[in-house]
Write a protein that binds this ligand. Structure first.
Ligand SMILES: [Zn+2]
Length: 334
């Protein structure tokens, strides 16, 4: 991305092993993230940056210290590379590893990528996957793992009522995660018919089209005036964050995973809400083995969030389609 709104595909040097803990992968599929739209729309600075942080692919080469993946393996990795051995990783917060490397700086909207901390970051499938599962594995790399973390952080449990703020790919997969975790009632907040339909397919039991004060009132009305037990916030704006906090019952939990942009929480409202807040960049690596099993066993089909496929060479069209909301999420074929 050269500057906001200006994306092109160019030749860059092939990545090479720089550290013995690196691996090089040949990317099988990649995609555009909702968070890539922040710089595209000028909300973040961008200056000739390689783009992309979601990826699945085949191991092409490994450094001398890499033990858990080998050449030819099909692997899924998180958008944050982690050693998976430090105290923070062991506690399940690999996205904040003491050696973390953000894959956005590497740029996985590409044919090849260097993966730092390959042993800690990559998870291999036992055998090469069926072609039709590749979109779902790609989703696991970020949007599914992020929606899953949001549901986990919001303490979704059997019998609970869950509200999901945000109908992008992460919010929709938050619905799927809540369904898998046994929520009794899942309220998706969306104004778009196609996204409402996918939310229902993923397990939403109710749809609320209102937002802001009206959205909060609708959630409260559906929950006996109390608010939801668990609320997933998957946007990252002031409005969506406050909608999430105000839709949660006292003692309930908000899992917030929308990348925060200028969100400022008013202390008095937070104080009197008596809700738990937990969120941040999702430690996708914690959930990958479980999510990959569910995909392999066809228990879940998160790849459905990709409603458009475009060759990598036409990446600019993918950004345009997502920016214009013509697509929920675009898969780039490599
Ligand atoms: Zn670590």
């Amino acid at each position: 991305m050269h500057s906001p709104g200006n994306v092109s595909v160019q030749d860059r040097p092939d990545p090479t092993i720089e550290k013995p803990t690196d691996a090089i992968i040949r990317i099988a599929a990649t995609c555009v993230c909702g968070s890539d739209l922040w710089p595209y729309r000028g909300a973040n600075d961008v200056d000739n940056a390689p783009m992309g942080h979601e990826y699945v692919g085949y191991v092409q080469e490994v450094g001398a210290d890499v033990r858990t993946v080998k050449v030819g393996d099909f692997v899924v990795g998180s958008f944050m590379a982690s050693d998976n051995t430090c105290e923070i990783c062991k506690a399940g917060y690999q996205s904040r590893c003491v050696h973390v490397v953000g894959m956005g700086g590497v740029g996985t909207q590409a044919e090849y990528a260097r993966i730092p901390w390959a042993d800690g970051t990559l998870v291999a499938t036992p055998e090469p996957p069926a072609e039709d599962l590749i979109p779902s594995y790609l989703a696991a790399s970020d949007v599914l793992g992020t929606g899953w973390f949001a549901a986990d952080a919001a303490q979704v449990r059997p019998g609970k009522t869950v509200a999901v703020v945000g109908d992008g790919a992460v919010g929709l997969l938050g619905v799927l995660a809540a369904q898998q975790m046994g929520a009794e009632r899942i309220i998706a907040m969306s104004r778009h018919a196609d996204r409402q339909a996918l939310a229902r397919e993923f397990g939403a039991t109710d749809i609320v089209a209102e937002r802001g004060d009206e959205g909060v009132a609708a959630i409260r009305e559906m929950t006996g005036g109390l608010g939801a037990h668990s609320v997933i916030e998957a946007v990252g704006t002031q409005e969506s964050m406050m909608q999430a906090v105000r839709s949660t019952r006292a003692g309930g939990h908000v899992g917030f995973v929308g990348v925060s942009h200028d969100v400022e929480l008013p202390g008095n409202k937070l104080f009197y809400s008596a809700v738990h807040l937990h969120g941040g960049p999702a430690p996708v690596r914690r959930f990958l083995p479980d999510l990959m099993d569910r995909i392999a066993n066809r228990m879940i089909d998160p790849g459905k969030v990709f409603d458009m496929r475009i060759p990598l060479e036409q990446a600019a069209d993918a950004y345009r389609a997502m920016d214009q909301r013509e697509a929920i999420k675009v898969l780039l074929t490599v």
